[in-house]
Design a protein around this ligand. Structure first.
Ligand code: CP
Ligand code: NVA
Length: 309
C-alpha cells in the first residue's frame, strides 16, 4: 500500500506521488543548504547508521556515509567480510541486532528477499542500496537530476538502452507513480521482469514501452540512459553478453538519432567502449557526474523522510 508513513525505503512505488515529489523537493532544498556552506543543520546528530554491503560500491557507500555525516550522524561501513550475511549469521538475526544499536540501516545485497527480511525483522528504517531486483535510491537521484536539467520529470521521454536489469525495474516502479514516457530497448530475452512491466502498465500513470530496437526507441528522447551489460554477480557472463548486446551501445550516432535536446545519463560505473563510448560519456550533453552527485542529495532526503524530519 502506498502511503507516506512506511518504515522502509525498498521500492519507489511503495510511496504515493505526493510523497515521492515531496522527497525530491526536500532533496533540492537540502542540497542548496549544503551548497551554501551552511553547517548548522544537523538533524542526524546523535544518530547512527549501519551500512551493509555484500557487493562492491563507490557511489552508494561514499554518498550515504558523507551525507549522513554532513547532517550530523555517524555511519558504519560493514563490508562483505564483516557480516557475511546468511553465512556467518542469518539475515533476521542481523536485522534484530543492528536495530538495537542503530537508528537506520542501509543495505546492498544480492537476493531481493534479503532486503525484505532485513526490513521485516528490523524495527528501524531500512533503505535499499541496490539488490539484484532494483535500485530505488539511484532512480530517485536520476529523477532529481532530470528535474534540475529539464525542469520537470512529468511528460519527459526517458529511453533506457541495454539490459532489462535492476535499474530498469526501478524506472518502471517510478513510472507507476509519476507520469512520464519510459522506453526500455534491450535485446530479446534480456527484457525486464514481466510482472514489473505489468505492474507499471496497470498503474495507468505512464506510457511504458519495451522494445528490441534502440534506434527507433531513442527518437525524441529527452534522456538516453545506459548501464553495464553485466551487473554485479553476472560478470562471468560478460563476454557472452558483449556479443548479444552488440547494437545496444550508446554511441555518438545513436545520440544523434535521439536529437539535439537529449541528455545522456548512466548510473555508473561505466565500461567505456562497451555499453557506451568514451565520446558520449565526455560529451557536453552527458550529465553523469551531476547525476552521481545527486545520489547523496536524494538519499539525504529519503533518510530525512524516514526519520521523521
Ligand atoms: N551507481 C551506483 O550505485 O554506484 P556504486 O556501485 O559505485 O555504488
Ligand atoms: N546494474 C548494475 C548497477 C550498478 C550501480 C549492477 O547491479 O551491477
Amino acid at each position: 500500500k502506498a502511503n507516506s508513513e512506511l518504515k522502509d525505503f525498498l521500492h519507489i512505488n511503495d510511496f504515493d506521488k505526493d510523497t515521492i515529489l515531496k522527497i525530491l523537493d526536500q532533496a533540492a532544498e537540502v542540497k542548496a543548504l549544503l551548497k551554501s556552506g551552511e553547517k548548522t543543520y544537523l538533524p542526524f546528530k546523535g544518530k547512527t547508521m549501519s551500512m551493509i554491503f555484500t557487493k562492491p560500491s563507490m557511489r552508494t557507500r561514499v554518498s550515504f556515509e558523507t551525507g549522513f555525516s554532513l547532517l550530523g550522524g555517524h555511519a558504519i561501513y560493514l563490508g562483505p567480510n564483516d557480516i557475511q550475511m546468511g553465512k556467518r549469521e542469518e539475515t533476521r538475526d542481523i536485522a534484530r541486532v543492528l536495530c538495537r544499536y542503530n537508528d537506520i540501516i542501509m543495505a546492498r545485497v544480492f537476493a531481493h528477499q534479503d532486503i525484505l527480511d532485513l526490513a521485516k525483522y528490523a524495527t528501524v528504517p531500512v533503505v535499499n542500496g541496490l539488490t539484484d531486483y532494483n535500485h530505488p535510491c539511484q532512480i530517485m537521484a536520476d529523477a532529481l537530476t532530470i528535474i534540475e536539467h529539464i525542469g520537470h520529470l512529468e511528460g519527459t521521454k526517458v529511453v533506457y538502452v541495454g539490459d532489462g536489469n535492476n535499474i530498469v525495474h526501478s524506472w518502471l516502479l517510478l513510472a507507476a507513480v509519476v507520469p512520464f514516457h519510459f522506453v526500455c530497448a534491450c535485446p530479446k530475452s534480456f527484457e525486464p521482469h514481466k510482472e514489473t512491466v505489468e505492474k507499471a502498465r496497470k498503474a495507468g500513470i505512464s506510457k511504458i514501452e519495451i522494445t528490441n530496437d534502440p534506434k527507433e526507441a531513442v527518437q525524441g528522447a529527452d534522456v538516453v540512459y545506459s548501464d553495464v551489460w553485466a551487473s554485479m554477480g553476472q560478470k562471468e557472463e560478460a563476454e557472452h553478453r558483449r556479443k548479444v548486446f552488440k547494437g545496444f551501445q550508446v554511441d555518438e550516432a545513436l545520440m544523434k538519432l535521439a536529437g539535439p535536446k537529449a541528455y545522456f545519463m548512466h548510473c555508473l560505473p561505466a565500461e567505456r567502449g562497451t555499453e557506451v563510448t568514451d565520446g558520449v560519456v565526455e560529451a557536453p550533453y552527458s550529465i553523469v557526474f551531476p547525476q552521481a552527485e545527486n545520489r547523496m542529495h536524494a538519499q539525504n532526503a529519503i533518510m530525512l523522510h524516514l526519520l521523521g524530519f
